[in-house]
Design a protein around this ligand. Structure first.
Ligand code: NI
Length: 165
């Protein structure tokens, strides 16, 4: 396991569309482990592979509901409702902004055995799924911010905001 360097906004890799994973190699398994380690080290609740410079459709999420989610080739099947709230991104350090997202999301993805599964999320989990799936298309939350990005004032606030990614 290793902590990988998180790419920050301005790095063009964050704007590229990611390629589907065709098979789970030891390299992919290592990548997923490293993504969790990198995410926890940065106090995030989600991370997408392009954020560590890998253009593959892989997302990891842990919104502290007791579950670690690995979503390979995720596809959002259904969304409902909406939630408007503060969001941040480990690739946009020190900033946050208001983004409206669905309040419920159903996603289909593959796990590390390449078995297909469906995951339903509400609230923060729904927000995290949408935010991370956007990364796979080269989309960043800053494109969707209502109003201006704001500076995150203190270390304490920063950790709270990073609670959204
Ligand atoms: Ni992000």
């Amino acid at each position: 396991m290793a902590i990988r360097k998180i790419r920050v906004i301005g790095d063009e890799i964050l704007r590229k569309k990611c390629k589907p994973v065709k098979e789970i190699s030891p390299r992919i398994e290592d990548l997923v482990e490293d993504m969790f380690e990198t995410m926890y080290d940065a106090n995030g609740v989600g991370l997408a592979a392009p954020q560590v410079g890998v253009l593959k459709r892989i997302v990891v999420i842990d919104v502290e509901d007791g579950n670690q989610y690995v979503l390979i080739n995720p596809e959002i099947l259904e969304t409902r409702g909406s939630q408007t709230g503060s969001e941040g991104c480990l690739s946009v350090p020190g900033k946050s902004g208001i983004v409206t997202r669905p309040d419920y999301v159903k996603v289909r993805a593959y796990d590390l055995s390449m078995d297909v599964f469906e995951l339903e999320g509400e609230g923060l989990l729904a927000r995290a799924i949408c935010h991370e799936c956007d990364h796979l298309e080269g989309d960043l939350y800053v494109d969707k911010v209502e109003g201006e990005l704001v500076d995150v004032a203190s270390e304490e606030d920063f950790e709270e905001i990073e609670g959204v990614e």
